[in-house]
Write a protein that binds this ligand. Sequence first.
Ligand code: GDP
Ligand code: MG
Ligand code: ZN
Length: 351
Amino acid sequence: MESDFEKDRQRYIDEDFLIARVASEHKEMYTILLSGNVINAEVTGRLMFAAESRRDFPAVGDWVAVQHFENSNAIIHHVLPRKTCISRKSSGREFKEQVIAANIDIVFIIQSLDHNYNIRRLERFLVVAKESGASPVVLLSKTDLITDEELKTKIEEVHAISPGIQTIAYSAKTLSHIDEIKQLISPNTTVCFVGSSGVGKSTLINRLVGKELLATNEVREEDSRGRHTTTHRQLVPIEGGGFVIDTPGMRELGLWDVSGSLDEIFPEIAALAVECKFTDCTHIHEPDCAVQLAVQEGRLETKRFESYIKLKKEAEFVASKTDITKQQERKAKEKRLGRAIKEFTKKDKRR
Ligand SMILES: Nc1nc2c(ncn2[C@@H]2O[C@H](COP(=O)(O)OP(=O)(O)O)[C@@H](O)[C@H]2O)c(=O)[nH]1
Ligand SMILES: [Mg+2]
Ligand SMILES: [Zn+2]
């Protein structure tokens, strides 16, 4: 069966649109890659009006149907169906989805092996990456800063919480294991990098691209925080035909909808939950809870269990808030439509 993507692509081509890919987005101004050129672009008023949320706007990595006349901005008319999409809750108090990148094949989750290394944060990133539909790969940077013994322990820790997920420990300084990362990015593969500021995303991307494309920043040693040098997301073609998307430092990776991936990242808990007395057991206060029992008997690590509960509560909270936001958006749209219909009937009567 032909995918929605292929069907839509062909339809837009038949309608004389050009197919391009969004390379960057900054305050609703875009650049797109169109037959090898980078061109400024904006969206049509119609797309803006029809959009129910941020999700309906183009994101970096999106394939779009555009019109382009020489010496002017290209106009984005349609966003093609996304094959994968990585989202987070926008930072701050709002409950809005922010699409970080679209149509990615691999999400590299980077932690550096200094102060940044944190198993619980890694679990959060894994859940978000898994939900995107792309394959997560864990990268542990700065192996040059720790001993082989320490490295071995940390890799074992990471394996224990991410069974079946590839982990590569590397150093951008000594270049050890960089080739292994390169080999994963075959032609026509799009990858993105997520991780806190200062872990080495830009440094690695520069190594992959083969030039000093992105500014990197020196980290204050004592707290391992770097300044944010990357200002906006961008899609960059790399030698050999792949693409990388650099994402600005992410101190926060708030969960968006992760209902489908939480259990995949915590499979042992999902397996235990089947044995709970209540099918909707929250594993907090119910009797005959197989998950609680496993914690009491030391078969499930308390910290791992707490991490799961924390992420689950956060996801449920966001889901409850988003339903409200969606309802409000729908109402506002209906109101606009109602007003438009009223205006129209008024005019109609006057005739
Ligand atoms: N020792 C060591 N330092 C690294 C490595 N990778 C990056 N760095 C340094 O870490 C700092 C932050 O790197 P950067 O790429 O800007 O991080 P980003 O904020 O994730 O983009 C810079 O000073 C880099 O030189 C590595 O593998 N080993
Ligand atoms: Mg950077
Ligand atoms: Zn239970």
